[in-house]
Each structure stands twice: as structure tokens, then as C-alpha cells.
Ligand binder design. Structure first.
Ligand SMILES: Cc1cc2nc3c(=O)[nH]c(=O)nc-3n(C[C@H](O)[C@H](O)[C@H](O)COP(=O)(O)O)c2cc1C
Length: 166
């Protein structure tokens, strides 16, 4: 089945559910090199008068290297399906394993972005900014439990430039 472009306002499902419960694959790179990883934190909204998505990536992720180098990142959603494949992409590193080979996922190279052919919905984002999480700003003691190794996320804010659905 092929993708058709829609407006982010016409998403059928809550983006909170799509990210937190169904999970997403964050991908970046191009035909010369790319990677993808599972994420369940992030969001979609409005910032700086633009429709945006924001994601949180720990610096040790292989995907971090591709997002740093790339102008774009993408979010691929599977509607609660492909759970085993998403669990794999969230538990091993692309440094050690060819995730496309292991999962059967096919990359679609679209300009300088890459997303997953088997996805039901894709959000393509152009990076606008990054912000490093600073524990000085934490107002709740429990948040620190997410950072026992001091590996604070880098938050990326991306302008939503394309939304695809099947
Ligand atoms: C459900 C789930 C959600 C995750 N969410 C995030 C996230 O939001 N940010 C992050 O940095 N890592 C997250 N991870 C961990 C990465 O997906 C995992 O470390 C992955 O193996 C990194 O792959 P890479 O080294 O190929 O980039 C999550 C893992 C799972 C299973």
C-alpha cells in the first residue's frame, strides 16, 4: 500500500497514544548510512509558530550520531503492530546489528530523510533546535530516577514538513 500526504491536524489517532503506547521508530540518515531506534517519549504540538514534533535522544544511541549529522529526522508509526520488531530496534544497537535485516523493515529514502516502508503513518521533521536536558530544572525528585548514569537526553525540536499515512 502506498502513502498519501495528509495534514497533521487530520491524524485519526491521539499522538500521545501513538508515541507512548504504540511506540515509534525514530530514523535519520540517507542511502549512504542510516539508523533507526524505538522511542516512547516525545510529542507533537506548536512552537515558534510552527507545527513541530519533539523527541528525546540519549547521547550514547547510534541514532544520535545520524540525527546530529542530518537535517531531518522521521517518526514511523505502526498502530500498535510490529511490537517484536520495535522491541528489537529498542534493545540492540545499529552499531552491532543490521536492524533492517533482522526486522524485515525497508528504508524509504526521501530526499535527505529516511523512514520505514511498513509504517502506517510517518512524520518527517526538519531539525529546528536542540536543547540538552539540565537536571537543574527538575522540579520533581522522581525524574532523577530516569538518569542514574547521568546520560541526559538531548531534545530535538523538528518542524513537521510532511505527514504520510496509508
Ligand atoms: C519502548 C522503548 C522506548 C524507548 N524510548 C527511548 C527514547 O525516547 N529515547 C532514547 O534515547 N532511547 C529510547 N529507547 C532506547 C533505544 O531505543 C535503544 O537504546 C536502542 O537500542 C538504541 O539503538 P541505536 O544504538 O541503534 O540507536 C527506548 C526503548 C524502548 C524499548
Amino acid at each position: 500500500m502506498s502513502f498519501k500526504e495528509i495534514n497533521i491536524r487530520d491524524l485519526k489517532e491521539s499522538p500521545v497514544k501513538m508515541i507512548s503506547e504504540d511506540w515509534t521508530l525514530i530514523s535519520a540518515g540517507n542511502a549512504d548510512g542510516w539508523n533507526t531506534m524505538t522511542a516512547s517519549w516525545g510529542g507533537v504540538g506548536e512552537l515558534w509558530n510552527k507545527d513541530v514534533a519533539f523527541i528525546f535522544i540519549r547521547p550514547q544511541r547510534y541514532t544520535y550520531e545520524f540525527i546530529e549529522k542530518s537535517e531531518y529526522f522521521t517518526l514511523s508509526f505502526f498502530g500498535g503492530e510490529k511490537r517484536d520488531e520495535l522491541a528489537l530496534c529498542g534493545s540492540v544497537s545499529g552499531r552491532d546489528v543490521n536492524k533492517a535485516e533482522k526486522t524485515g523493515f525497508t528504508p524509504v529514502f526521501d530526499g535527505d530523510s529516511v523512514y520505514i516502508q511498513q509504517a502506517k503513518t510517518v512524520i518527517v521533521c526538519r531539525k529546528l533546535a536542540f536543547l540538552d536536558i539540565d537536571p537543574k530544572g527538575f522540579l520533581n525528585d522522581k525524574i532523577m530516577a530516569c538518569y542514574t548514569n547521568g546520560d541526559y537526553h538531548r531534545m530535538y525540536v523538528g518542524q513537521i514538513v510532511k505527514v504520510l499515512t496509508k
